[in-house]
Design a protein around this ligand. Sequence first.
Ligand code: PGA
Length: 250
Amino acid sequence: MRTPLIAGNWKMNGDSGFIDELMNGLVSGIKSSAIDVLVCPPAVYLSRVKALTGSSCIAVGAQTVSEYANGAFTGEISLAMLQDLGCTYVILGHSERRSIYGETDSAIAKKFIAAVDAGIKPILCVGETLEEREKGETLNVVARQLNAVVDVAGIERFADAVIAYEPVWAIGTGKTATPEQAQEVHAAIRAEVAKADADMAAKIRILYGGSVNAANAAELFANSDVDGGLVGGASLKVNDFIAICQAANA
Ligand code: PGA
């Protein structure tokens, strides 16, 4: 049985006051949970958010990380720093990192290896653009993005990893994949993992991301291969994020 995970990707949003209010709301609304709940704030607020989680079950993660251990990498944040702050997850290969900052499959694979080896669980994002979907390339694109990491990191490194299917055309657009579209791609991702390791495929969590909200979460999570969500916009609203967590817990 896979424990659902709901991860909030706050992206580059919020300030101290907003974050205090959001976290206070989440901590009082999510006291204990049968599912895993994670928030990924901007790096400068990781420490603040970690302190605000108190004794709640909410885990804290980062939105990206450097593949290097330390040294002359201006502007970067290391895995050791994330560990130092009590972070347990890191989002890798988000489509905004890929398209705006030019992160390549090979750079993502290096970060993935470094994260796993540091004991931080990676959430590896894959997903097709609208153009790729319209050309019928969706399953090839996600398989290529996944295998670019599997081939370099080795399937063993996926034991504690999470995969997030995020169709680029659904991110921040209000256009969600239908439950059928999500299930089709999630099943294909699981089948791809199974080619390398069937046990791993049965255990690995595959999250859906792309305009998940309080109204559509339940029907997305009802699919057998959808193990939770990576939530952007709706993770900035206390009641919506709590409702999404409840939908995954149903
Ligand atoms: P969205 O973002 O929920 O705002 O579409 C999801 C994501 O980018 O992880």
